[in-house]
Ligand binder design. Structure first.
Ligand code: AMP
Ligand code: MG
Length: 411
């Protein structure tokens, strides 16, 4: 235990290590048409079967010339055309030029393309108004972007909107990817009402599933929504059983604390095993991790900020590992100067919600206000977490803190 550890609360780094050391990646793969592969993790390196571009071609609309003929400064008659997809073929007579368009193949013997803005059509041919022309000017050589055999993307990378057209330029129509992890999730609580129905006394809307589903999908997993389950041990047990046969991971929200209607942990202990419970983080202390017979288990606290935060901070790295997404990186941490006070007591690592901006090249950060774990507005307004170390107390305006910029999953 470190100097500031609280008995019974596991530091977040230990929790992450404990989870990651147990998870092994899914090895099932599938072959997908490229257009359907967005968001999947590559199960193979992508090597280029061709040079890109596959032939020397023009970067400009203009005229293909031989520089030694150009030096003579006389007009050069046009001997033919090379258009994109319709190359010039045949003999190219001396002391002539070839009309050429962007993307068109460079005729054999050509060592420069002169853009049409530097050319004038005269009766005797094309008169060029250029003084010095570099060898291979305006020519995009074969393999300029990618050489045949180059590794363009690596196994373990998750395919982005930028990667798909990259692979398409290689002519690769199908890619081998890992199966996406399946995550079944449900909300627990007698007080929870589905959207669209009026609230009775003591009820609130179930907002957590609306954060959990898109986050799971943005983490590159398949989400299976099992709805709202009341605080009833029989129904909860049945749903756990149903969930674990459908999914690789079961995620619940609520019922994981120490209240009299908190059954999640007992059911986990009965059906599987509790890996750890209760972390030295705020919000999110009651987070539970463990295993069921057929699936991993993550119990998120019910408070909406805690649920999204623990999913993001703890479950996301675990899902990345499960998905074989070895290129995954933790969200970027940057030092910033506080522009407001952050209340904090020592003992837990705080993930307060902040808004960062850049002033004179320096990151600065302000609190989003009410930091209650039930006040979701603090998440909606934020663009970063202000991560305050376990041992730290109140932070005054002007102090330096570490901020963690939200990654793309929260947008
Ligand atoms: P629990 O973890 O079940 O003790 O719940 C903690 C707090 O979060 C309580 O105020 C619950 O009403 C609230 N809560 C639990 N589940 C949800 C949910 N799905 N959506 C919104 N609030 C919730
Ligand atoms: Mg509850």
């Amino acid at each position: 235990m470190g100097c500031c550890d609280v008995p019974g609360l596991m530091p977040i780094e230990d929790a992450l290590n404990a989870m990651l050391s147990r998870i092994t990646s899914i090895s099932d793969t599938l072959q997908l048409p490229l257009a359907e592969a967005l968001g999947f993790v590559l199960a193979e390196d992508i090597l280029s079967p061709i040079n890109v571009p596959p032939f020397d071609n023009s970067a400009m609309d203009g005229y293909a010339v031989r520089r030694d003929e150009l030096m003579l400064n006389g007009p050069l008659p046009v001997a033919g055309k090379s258009f994109a997809g319709q190359p010039f073929i045949g003999h190219w007579p001396a002391m002539t030029c070839i009309r050429i368009m962007t993307g068109a193949q460079i005729p054999t013997g050509c060592d420069a393309v002169i853009m049409q803005e530097q050319a004038q059509v005269t009766e005797q041919g094309i008169q060029f108004s250029v003084s010095e022309v570099k060898a291979n000017a305006n020519i995009r050589p074969t393999g300029d972007d990618i050489q045949q055999g180059d590794v363009v993307l690596n196994k373990g990378e998750r395919l982005t909107v930028r990667d798909i057209p990259m692979i398409a330029t290689l002519g690769v129509s199908h890619v081998r990817v890992f199966r996406k992890p399946k995550v079944a999730f449900f909300s627990t609580g007698d007080e929870l009402k589905p959207l669209g129905e009026p609230l009775q006394t003591g009820q609130i809307y179930d907002s957590n599933r609306y954060g959990i589903k898109p986050l799971i999908e943005k983490f590159g997993c398949e989400a299976i929504d099992l709805g709202i389950i009341p605080d009833c041990p029989t129904q909860l047990t049945a749903t756990f059983e149903q969930a674990q046969v459908q999914a690789d991971v079961v995620v619940t929200s609520g019922g994981v604390s120490v209240g009299e209607a908190d059954y999640t942990k007992d059911i986990l202990a009965e059906l599987g095993e509790i890996g750890f419970w209760k972390l030295a983080i705020k919000p999110g202390k009651p987070f539970a991790f463990g295993s069921l017979n057929h699936a991993w288990f993550c119990g998120l606290p019910g408070n909406p900020v805690s649920a999204v935060l623990t999913l993001y901070v703890l479950v996301q790295p675990m899902l990345a590992k499960l998905a074989g997404h070895t290129a995954w990186q933790a969200p970027l941490s940057i030092p910033a100067i506080t522009r407001s006070r952050f209340k904090k007591s020592p003992g837990r690592t705080d993930y307060q919600r902040g808004v960062y901006s850049i002033e004179n090249g320096q990151f600065v950060v302000e609190s989003t206000g009410n930091q209650s774990s039930g006040a979701f507005r603090s998440m909606s307004l934020a663009n970063c977490f202000v991560v305050l170390e376990q041992e730290r107390g109140h932070v005054e305006a002007g102090e330096t803190v570490n901020i963690q910029l939200f990654n793309a999953s929260l947008y």
